[in-house]
Design a protein around this ligand. Structure first.
Ligand code: PRP
Ligand code: URA
Length: 211
């Protein structure tokens, strides 16, 4: 696993909230709130290098030079279903971002991603895309989603997941070494049925109360 282009967020608030998410007794409501809060905290790191442009601002005292985000050029793209839970926390910090959706589910037997929906901003090539999904397990879903984004013209993609494992990080890095990966936790491994260990179980089911 290469360390370039991989950022694991070590902030104490993120570590504490991820631990609460892992707890099997955390309720659906609490789980959703934690996904939302951690996504917002991660946004600080994910957007660290985005471009600014100078603007003039008049304060009550004088005129000075400040900054605004350069253009309205970001897009947030969740991988459905579980990725939806990460949108609000990021969108409220970047309200000018457009939101696209990619629907994928993992076939339970093959673990291969199956596409069922794709609705993306038409001007994707001029936007910095933040692709979000709570779990990076085999990496199959993230790789498929990045492939779809690139096919539709995306030039800049960042991948943000809450919990990942070395197998998933390596898989993405092998195919798309240029895509920066942001994680709130890097776990030990995948188990024999494709779940992250220690992980937090099935993120979609825990977020929506399904089984
Ligand atoms: C989960 C998760 C990721 C995928 C990760 O989704 O939200 O999309 O698995 O696994 P991978 O790295 O091995 O591809 P799932 O397929 O369970 O669908 P859901 O979000 O609809 O629950
Ligand atoms: N998808 C999940 O929701 N959890 C895992 O541990 C692996 C894939």
């Amino acid at each position: 696993m290469k360390q370039d282009n991989l950022t694991v967020i070590t902030h104490p608030l993120v570590k504490a909230k991820i631990t609460q998410m892992r707890d099997k007794n955390t309720t659906t409501k609490e789980f959703g709130e934690l996904v939302d809060e951690i996504s917002g905290l991660m946004c600080y790191e994910i957007t660290r290098n985005i471009e600014l442009e100078e603007i003039e601002v008049e304060t009550p005292i004088t005129t000075t030079i400040g900054y605004k985000l350069k253009g309205n050029d970001m897009a947030i793209v969740p991988i459905l279903r579980a990725g939806l839970g990460m949108v609000k926390g990021i969108h409220q910090l970047i309200p000018t971002a457009k939101v696209g959706h990619i629907g994928l589910y993992r076939d339970h037997d093959t673990l291969q991603p199956v596409e069922y929906l794709c609705k993306l901003p038409t001007d994707l090539e001029s936007r910095d895309v933040i692709l979000v999904d709570p779990m990076l397990a085999t990496g199959g879903s993230a790789i498929k989603a990045i492939e779809i984004l690139k096919d539709k013209g995306a030039k800049s993609v960042r991948l943000a997941c809450l919990v990942g494992c070395p197998e998933g990080v390596e898989a993405v890095q092998n195919v798309y070494p240029e895509v920066p990966i942001f994680l709130a936790a890097l776990d030990e491994k995948l188990n024999e049925i494709g779940y992250i260990v220690p992980g937090l179980g099935d993120a979609g089911d825990r977020l929506y109360g399904t089984k």
